[in-house]
Design a protein around this ligand. Structure first.
Ligand code: ATP
Length: 246
């Protein structure tokens, strides 16, 4: 997957236009485990939304396997690039229906759908008594877990996660990071995870994209990155923001 080109301000409009993301250019590869980090408001969610075409860029092009995203039909794109947002909805479906939905869109037969759901429910220790529940009968963390299972059931090429551990307890966070490592290393899935919890990012990722005010400040391997300096930069940016908000 490649995001290239520059979202440049039209000079006439420059004074009026505020770009959420600017001059971003990077390429990600099969099996990458990428932590997307940055202070609150840096543009992490906006970038994830662009990568699965929930939003459109005002300039520049995003490619998946050399194909510009707008040339890929929406259903085909969503099968290849799955996004788990911070607050996921099951859209009135039961958990079972929500897990089956992306697979029915692919016209898999009932048996194959059930096998796939069973496989990922086992890998992610999804309790079977959740399957008949609706989102009203799930806690925020449980809903988040179902959304993660739903994304994995689809077995996408690229998995995008926005703060997936924010509502999870430590046991589930650890299990998630282990499964995400496995899908990247064994299945070749590219995983991009926005995460405020740097200690989790550090133990899991092999590469870091650091956004600052909508621009890519660092694109480094986990080994190259100075984690202590990154932490200080993020704390300073968030302190400055909270002073501005007060
Ligand atoms: N729909 C929108 N319209 C206008 N501005 C928006 C919209 N969505 C987000 N923003 C602004 O874009 C900037 C980036 O927001 P974004 O949610 O991408 O940041 P983030 O890095 O994910 O933050 P957080 O860590 O708090 O989730 C912020 O200044 C935000 O206020």
């Amino acid at each position: 997957m490649l995001l290239s080109g520059k979202t440049r301000a039209d000079e006439r409009l420059a004074a009026d236009v505020h770009y959420l993301l600017r001059e971003l250019s990077f390429e990600v590869f099969r099996g990458d485990r990428i932590a997307l980090v940055g202070a609150s408001g840096a543009g992490k969610t906006s970038l994830l939304r662009l990568l699965n075409r929930l939003s459109e860029p005002t300039g520049g092009v995003i490619y998946l396997d050399n194909q510009p995203l707008p040339q890929i039909p929406a259903v085909a794109l969503r099968q290849q690039v799955a996004l788990v947002l911070q607050e996921s909805k099951l859209l009135g479906m039961t958990v079972q229906q929500a897990l089956a939905y992306p697979l029915t869109l692919r016209h898999l037969d009932k048996r194959a759908i059930q096998d796939r759901i069973q496989k990922w429910s086992d890998r992610l220790h999804l309790p079977s008594d959740w399957l008949e529940r609706t989102e009203l009968q799930l806690s925020v963390g449980q809903r988040q877990w179902v959304a993660i299972v739903r994304a994995l059931v689809a077995e996408p090429k690229v998995l995008l996660l926005d703060e997936p551990t924010a509502s999870l307890d430590m046991g589930r966070s650890d299990l998630l990071l282990k499964v995400l490592s496995d899908v990247a290393q064994v299945d070749g899935t590219t995983v991009i995870m926005a995460n405020h919890q740097l200690e989790l990012a550090e133990q899991w990722c092999d590469r870091v994209l650091h956004l600052e005010q909508g621009q890519l400040r660092q694109d480094l391997t986990a080994q190259q990155l100075d984690w202590q300096a990154l932490k200080q930069t993020l704390v300073a940016a968030e302190t400055q923001q909270s002073e501005e908000w007060d």
